[in-house]
Structures are given as C-alpha cells and as structure tokens.
Design a protein around this ligand. Structure first.
Ligand code: N01
Length: 502
C-alpha cells in the first residue's frame, strides 16, 4: 500500500522524532519497512547521499554483482520474481531497493543529503541528540544501519595519495575517466577486484595486478533466468520461495564445513584447484595464483572470468609487496619499478576501525570508539552496554561468509521490533543491555571462533587489531534467528517513562 498520508514537510522539518535510522541500504530500509508495517509513523531515515541503496548505490564498478544467489538476496516479505540472472548485477539490486522504498511508502521518511555528525545520549532527558549536516534533532531510539562496508580503505603505501596519475577506489569508481589505452595498476585481489579486472583488462594497454594474497576462487556458474522462469515466479511465488529455501539450506551446510573444518572444505579446495588448472595454462602464473591458506578463512570468491583475464598478454600479476609510489611509478620491495597512468584500489573497507563510533557518545560521555578501543563488541551484534536505546544493524559478529546477510538483518529487525513493543506496552523510556550479559556473549563468540576456519591463521578484514574475529557469526544463521526471536528484557536495565503513573 502506498503511503500518501505523509508529505516531506510533515517529517522533514520535525526536530523531535521517536526513531531515527541511519542509512537506506538493506538494513536501514528493512527496518523502516518493518516499522511501517507495524504502524509506526514517527521515524526518519538519515541518508548521506541523494539516493537509496547503501553499498549497492556506492559500488558501481564495472562487473559489480552479488555473489549470493539472487533468490536469496531480497527481503522475505518482498521477493523479486524478475531477477535477470543467478547472481544479480548491482543496478538490479539497487533498483529493487528503490522499488521497495516506494512500494512501502518509505520515501517521505528519508532526509536526503543528511550526514550524521554526532549522536550524544542525553542522560537527563533520556534522548539522543543528533547533529547532522542539516541541523539537529532529538530521538528516543537510534538505529544504526550504516553498514560495515561503507567506508572505503586506501592502503597505507608511502606516496600513494601523491600519485601523479589518476587514483581511485573501487567503491568510488570514476565513470567519467576513460580507461581505454591506459597503463593500469590494480591493487588487491578481493571480491571487488576479481569482478572488475575482467571488465577493464580488454581496455587497458597494460594491466599490472598487485596481488598480496591469492584468493580461493570457485566457478561462478552464473546464467540468465529465462522469461518463462520469471513468469512462473511471478504467478506462483511459492516456487521461488521453495528454491530460496533450498538454496538457504545448501548454504547453511557450508557453515558446517567452516565451523568444524570438515572434509567438505578440502573437497571445495580441490574444485578450486581444478578451476585454476583448467583456466590458467601457464604453470608459473598458476603458482602465483595458488592460495596458501585454508579455504574459507577469507571470503570464498566466485568467478569464471578472472583467471582468463589475468592470463591475457597485457596482464602481469605482481606478487612482490609495494614499497612506495613515486610520481607515476609503483616501486616494489625488490626495487622493481612499474610506471602507470592509473591506480585502482580494490583494497576493501574499514570494518573494525570505522569513523562512526568516534561520533556516538553514550552514558557519561563515553564514545563508542572508546568503548571499542580493543575491538568492536555488542550483545547479539545489536545492543551495547553504556549506550541506551541504541541498536546496531549488522553489528559485531553478525556478518556471514557463507549465506545472505538479508537473513541476519531480518532476524535483528524482529528483535528490535519486539523490544519496541515491550517498551510501548510497559511504558519504558530506555533500555540498556547489562554489561555482564554483553561480556558473557562476547566471550561465547570468541570461544566458538576458536577452531573454526575463520581463526585458522590468515590475515583478513574479519579480524580486529587484537586478531579477534569480531565480524562473523560463528555458527548457523538459524541459531542466531532462533536466539533473538524475542526481546529478552531480563538481560536489560529498563527505565520507566517519567510520564508513567508508576
Ligand atoms: O575488499 P577485500 P573487497 N597492498 O578487503 C588487498 C564484500 N563484497 O572490496 O588479502 C596490496 O576483500 C588485500 O590483500 P590481502 C564482501 O563481503 C561483496 O574486494 O589483505 N594489497 C585484498 O586482496 C567482501 O569480502 C560482493 O593480502 C592490498 C584486497 O586488497 C568485501 O565486500 C562484491 C593492500 C582487499 O580485499 C570486501 O571486498 C564485492 C596493500 N597495501 C565485495 N591492502 C558481493 O558480491 C589491501 N590489499 C556480495
């Protein structure tokens, strides 16, 4: 049902709102839709850009697509029968999110081009005071849906930012810059780089790929979804739901391999080795591209065109580490110099060291960054002791290396909605998770990480400065959903509303 009851000015100028949500990616938008479905009206979404989509708006590099099957990559309450391929391209995912925002009447709740500058918990009023690039507002509930992969990370290479050619990050693609005939350097061989390298290789006069760690790559087996299939999903959504369920459980099985480091992973490693052998005939290049850590420790990548692209005569894979950049030259540790016109960094994101926690101040003026000085921690990745009425979406230890994040997000949404329901019903003004409960949970996460493939010794963005994996959920996703299906008020300090007769 379209929301025509609100116009921009109804919420746009209001300074006090019940709920503020940060971001309009899957997390923020999903939260807004579920709130709306439950009858909430007094909420706004702060969006730093002028369009919806979070990571699916920002990452527009050539070849950008999802490596989770399309059928799994949508809200459970808004399946999309029209995905064009097994793995959807970025533009389709963003268009899907835009459609959801319109269909569920979320657009009037969004404050565009509004960047959160800081959020301060006002203990006396039990409110969040939020300063944004467009002014200040106050809210009872703050929900952070800003996403763990939203702050691009440039490598700390001496001279890089003074590079005399054109430099950009994969998440900030320069579409107005023509790559044709350029000598291009790409730094990184993660999920982003392996998607864009095959698209830019044919344009480049030369492509030098600086690879620090060869990734595990499995066949992608992407194909078009036929018009007939789309029709079937449209008129018989149950079919798509069944396919989705089957895919979900297949992926959950891979969690078994990762948690228990079973033979399944060795089998997958064999498939990846065969994939490499089939696609790269040069034995020397094959050796460079052969991974040397246990599969799954970093994200497993899917590609059918990366190995063929790097086998082309205009590509060189450099495994020597970069020492510095000088003028237009990249100099490696062995003293070799590579003169290039363009450097593209496929070097990932700040994850455990993002900027935002420096701007969130909880009780007694403590910043979230200070609370997280040893590494990010939160109860079920959702609530944080010392930070009343604050909810994190895709917070610490809720990430996945094997299944759809939308499932985890929807699990969190249910928990938050149940919390809000209890707050309304019992006339509670603020909730805060007890610190001993949070501590016990965090210890459980780290205990369970031990022995999994994610703690098998490789260096990855899943790890914080201590080497703790504070990014991934160390088990099955259905366990997470089951554990947070109800809000566990007994683990929280609940303060009644001052207006309460009690
Ligand atoms: O980033 P990454 P990404 N010198 O951090 C290398 C999601 N995603 O943007 O492995 C040389 O994975 C670094 O090397 P190493 C997905 O969750 C999803 O590719 O650290 N190299 C690595 O090769 C993914 O995991 C999709 O040794 C340097 C690369 O840069 C996450 O985003 C698609 C370096 C960074 O890889 C991030 O992926 C795309 C240096 N100084 C992304 N510093 C989907 O399909 C870093 N590197 C859903």
């Amino acid at each position: 049902k379209q929301d025509d009851t609100y116009r921009d000015e109804d919420l746009g100028n209001k300074q006090r709102v019940r709920i503020v949500i940060l971001g309009t990616g899957f997390a923020g938008l999903g939260m807004a839709i579920r709130l709306k479905q439950q009858g909430y009206k007094d909420f706004v979404l702060l969006e730093r850009a002028s369009d919806i989509g979070g990571t699916w708006r920002d990452n527009t590099y050539p070849g950008c697509a999802c490596d989770i099957p399309s059928h799994l990559y949508s809200f459970s309450f808004a399946l999309n029968s029209q995905w064009s391929r097994t793995y959807s391209p970025q533009s389709e995912i963003q268009a899907y999110l835009q459609r959801c925002a319109r269909r569920f009447g979320i657009i009037p709740h969004i404050r565009w081009n509004t960047e959160l500058q800081d959020a301060i918990w006002q203990e006396d009023k039990r409110l969040w005071q939020i300063t944004t690039s467009q002014g200040t507002l106050w809210t009872d509930i703050l929900i952070l849906g800003n996403g763990p992969l939203s702050q691009p990370s440039l490598p700390n290479i001496p001279g890089l930012t003074q590079f005399e050619g054109t430099l950009f990050h994969s998440a900030q693609w320069k579409h107005d810059y023509d790559l044709t005939g350029k000598r291009i350097a790409v730094i990184g061989t993660g999920a982003s780089a392996i998607q864009f390298v095959p698209h830019i290789q044919p344009l480049a006069s030369s492509l030098t790929l600086f690879q620090r760690t060869p990734p595990w790559i499995l066949p992608r087996l992407d194909h078009a979804i036929t018009a007939r299939q789309k029709q079937l999903y449209q008129f018989l959504p149950i079919i798509q739901r069944l396919i989705r369920t089957r895919m979900y459980w297949e992926r959950e099985l891979t969690a078994l391999g990762m948690v228990y480091r079973s033979k399944m992973l060795l089998k997958a490693e064999q498939i990846a080795h065969r994939h490499l052998e089939r696609q790269v005939s040069d034995p020397e290049l094959r050796t460079r591209l052969t991974p040397r850590y246990a599969m799954g420790c970093k994200r497993i990548l899917l590609s059918d065109d990366f190995y063929p692209a790097v086998s082309q005569p205009n590509v060189e894979v450099v495994t020597e580490h970069i020492r510095q950049v000088e003028g237009k030259n990249i100099i490696t540790e062995d003293g070799q110099t590579y003169e290039v016109d363009t450097i593209i960094c496929g070097t990932g994101f700040h994850v455990t060291d993002t900027e935002l926690p420096h701007h969130i101040y909880g009780r007694e003026g403590q910043s979230l960054a200070d609370k997280w000085r040893n590494g990010p921690e939160a109860y079920y990745g959702t609530t944080v002791a010392g930070f009343p009425n604050l909810f994190l979406l895709i917070g610490p230890n809720t990430g996945l290396g094997h299944n759809s994040m939308v499932y985890m997000i929807e699990s969190q949404l249910t928990y938050i909605l149940d919390c809000l329901r209890i707050m309304n019903k019992r006339n509670i003004q603020s909730i805060e998770v007890q610190s001993n409960v949070e501590e016990t949970f965090v210890k459980e996460m780290q205990r369970r990480m031990k022995g999994t493939v994610w703690a098998s010794g490789c260096v990855s963005w899943y790890l914080d400065a201590r080497g703790h994996n504070t990014t991934l959920w160390p088990g099955f996703t259905f366990e997470y959903r089951h554990r947070i299906r109800h809000f566990d008020a007994q683990h929280y300090t609940l303060l009644p509303s001052e207006k309460s007769p009690a």
